[in-house]
Design a protein around this ligand. Sequence first.
Ligand SMILES: [Zn+2]
Length: 340
Amino acid sequence: MSSYVDCTKFGRDIFFLSGCTSFNTEKNITKVQPNQNAAASENSMMHHLQTFEEIAEQNGGNRAVGTAGGLASAQYILEQAKKAGLHAQMLPFENREKTVGQNIVIEIEGQSKDTAVIVGAHYDSVKMGPGINDNASGVAVLLALLQDYAKQKVKPKHTLYLAFWDSEEVGIAGSQAFVKSLSEKQLQGIQAYINVDMVGTKNPNIMIADGDHSSIAEMAAQFKANGLAQSDYQPILDSMSQLPKHPQDAALEERMRQYFKTNNIQIKDDVTTLTASDTLPFLGKVPVTSLILFNEQMKGDELEFAPCYHKACDTIDGVDVNSLNLALNVIQHLLSDLNK
Ligand SMILES: [Zn+2]
């Protein structure tokens, strides 16, 4: 997670992420029926996080783009692909600070080469910390998917690309460079881009992308209810309305939502997260959805998405394995649904 529109100026008790209002979600994520290999996946996801934490510790406390910690993180992801017998592509690019980053894309061949699903998570941290929840957690979920798919004997319907983005924390640059490199034909073949960011959060509020943009009206009503002048909040609503849309975004949101409905887990959908992570470059070009787990709090005048967000204390101690497991289950469900 890299950036967001600051809504805190509208009042300390109103959170932009949920339409500038606070909310309570029933904390029931442990309700999910674990899949058969849940214990093995949980262990390996936590092991990945441990390794990323050690990488940061050994490299000045972070895993930021262009640093030794960043490169060691890339190396670790490559090793995991190799172990699973899969080919990984390194795709270098340059960000706005002229730092060279490395996207890593791993292909799991489907029955069709012309249609694809991409699941993406950024692996770079900010310079201020090791980035374990943000976003080694998303990387761990992708690595669990990789291990799963490597074992499967039947090819998925669509070719699956697991994309590990670099430099999300600096200008969402990796995913941007990747989208730019795609041809019109390639974009048309993409059935979905699914983003996974900050999914280790303890006691989370679950946010999925607001594919039908219904939260804009909701947000307007909340601004009004909070007694704000329309001239103050209209620019925010306008910029949200102007976000590029894809005709299939809403259907994808519905597929995602279905999982939570079936498992009786309450969620909070939200449009603003679409611009704050690697979903941004894909908007309007392919169907997009995302999963983010927040536990947002006001820290003085600042909104913190999760405890230790972008800080040195973003370590494995802040991660709940149930959250990781939930994220893995959601994405697995969505993928099997998309491959039907
Ligand atoms: Zn971040």
